[in-house]
Design a protein around this ligand. Sequence first.
Ligand code: FAD
Length: 446
Amino acid sequence: MGNTSSERYDAIIAGSGPGGASVARELAKKGRRVLVLEWGSGAPVRGSFLQYLRWQLVPGRSLLFTPNLLAMVRGIVTGGSSVFYYATAFPVPHEMLRKYGIDVRREEREARAELPIAPLKDEMMTPMARRIMESARALGYDWKGLPKFMYQDRWKSGYRFGYYGDPHGVKWSARMLMDEAVEAGAVLVNGARVDRVIIENGRAVGVSYTACGRSRSIFADTVVIAAGGIGSPVILRKSGLREAGYDFFFDPLVTVCGTVKDVRRRRDEIPMSAGCIFAREGFVMTDLALQTMLDRMFAAMSLRFFKIFQSRKTVRIMVKIRDDLAGRLTDSGGVRKELTPADRERLRKGADIARNILSHAGARGMYTTWKLAAHPGGTVRIGRILDSNLKVKDVANLYVCDCSVIPEPWGLPPVLTLVCLGKRLARHLAVPGKRTKKTGGRRGGR
Ligand SMILES: Cc1cc2nc3c(=O)[nH]c(=O)nc-3n(C[C@H](O)[C@H](O)[C@H](O)COP(=O)(O)OP(=O)(O)OC[C@H]3O[C@@H](n4cnc5c(N)ncnc54)[C@H](O)[C@@H]3O)c2cc1C
């Protein structure tokens, strides 16, 4: 039996990605005593490849494979995957959420007023991204600049995009929400992996977690699981909710690329500068400049070794599909999911269009890279396991707030939506009368 802490909180939040950090910030600002337990490190973001490897590419932890070798990445670090994301704000699926009794229009207005969301300024759109956009438009596609989560006034020509995390604070991430949460009084403990929720008489009363190799328990009035599309169902399963982690999506993607003679990729290229949503067909397409190291990894994974040295001439489009709900997670978070015939057809159709656009842009030697996935979700869906307040239906005081709650296949990057859901959940939790005396914000652990 491990340690039991005598400290008591209004809310314990497991995970500090966009979902968890958003709830933490809002609750802390409303004067609630909040404890965030984060499995990953809270060390300053250096933006180095080494740090990226440690936080996003450790097999079995942050890099997961399906049995068919489809790779899936997640950031295990304060801020979650948003530390490494491509900072594009896609529309909130209001119509889908309304079907489940959820209206986040007010929260979206707030989020858009607080966060730096806007299409790129003209000078930030580089010639490579512009070349793709012009070609797509000439072929009749509604390809346009995408809103980015970036403090564009801090950006300078030559600045490298934060693929490996952004130490300059130009790319917004959920880490900034966590910083604000701590400033407002939340306590953040890093290196603390939540194992299970302590449930007594149908009511969540705390969590068990492992830190520094020791198991501990801590208690609160409310528990919010926000460990991401894979992490949350694993915790819930261990807590007795066996139905979590089935029939989910992970938004698989391929990239199609080729080389052009007359444009060179710049060091300050910004991925996903512009793109087009094919809503009916079920895919989205964007430009996708990669940093040299990642570009080479993509070429090597596709066995195009001679392309490794053509990185600066490479022009690339990402095709991401809305995949069918399918598959299961193992109890330890192993991903067992195969693409359905309809998923394969969407990928094929999207890749054909991408080839056309690139070919019209003058690209030659085209090839399609290995399949990847970056947005696991729908593993603890609203409607099935959660009610419209994101509460686990059969357990009092237990909530989930991250990509796992999304109720239907969607196929678009979710960060803006998760921030809105976090705000809405905090509003719901901050009912009068639950306030206890607050102490100052703190960070602990690794
Ligand atoms: C390369 C890449 C590019 C992307 N680009 C975009 C984009 O442009 N726009 C967009 O909207 N989205 C993008 N995404 C997706 C987006 O980053 C994720 O969907 C989003 O971060 C999910 O948020 P979340 O809160 O569900 O979970 P996560 O971000 O996964 O956060 C979960 C947190 O929980 C922690 N955790 C896990 N297990 C435990 C545990 N047992 N105990 C304690 N803590 C735990 C993790 O360390 C992590 O900090 C991208 C993702 C990747 C990988």
